[in-house]
Design a protein around this ligand. Structure first.
Ligand code: 5GP
Ligand code: ZN
Length: 114
């Protein structure tokens, strides 16, 4: 997608602090971190939200989740725990309409989330 901010980041047209990249996925640090570790894990394919996913994208989403787990391990979060968030729709706080998992860690997390 031409004007999507995350598509621009994954094409390296906009700068970001990349922490991981493979053929299907990128992971980079959130510009406005909500925890000591706050990383966005993003499929390279432009999918607007979880609700826009097709059955053919099940395997891709599983891969992105597995990458999220591996990035969490690389960041040393496995002992303390971490939170993975997928905001879906503006009412749930989604502001960038290219699907992404938030990986948050490095502080205590409260429940329920706000
Ligand atoms: P959402 O609100 O859609 O769940 O999450 C979007 C996230 O993207 C927010 O946490 C926001 O801080 C982050 N974000 C928005 N624009 C940029 C950007 O240009 N670079 C980076 N690294 N993060 C961004
Ligand atoms: Zn996009």
């Amino acid at each position: 997608m031409k004007h999507c901010i995350f598509c621009k980041i994954l094409r390296h047209e906009l700068p970001a602090q990349m922490v991981f990249e493979d053929d299907q996925t990128v992971a980079f640090r959130d510009i406005n971190p909500q925890a000591p570790t706050h990383i966005l894990v993003v499929p390279k394919r432009h999918i607007a939200s979880l609700h826009d996913c097709s059955p053919e994208e099940e395997v891709l989403l599983g891969h992105v989740l597995r990458v999220t787990r591996n990035v969490a391990e690389k960041e040393g979060l496995q002992e303390s725990g971490y939170r993975v968030i997928l905001n879906t729709g503006a009412g749930a706080g989604q502001s960038v309409f290219h699907i992404h998992f938030h990986l948050l860690g490095g502080r205590l997390m409260s429940w329920p989330p706000g």
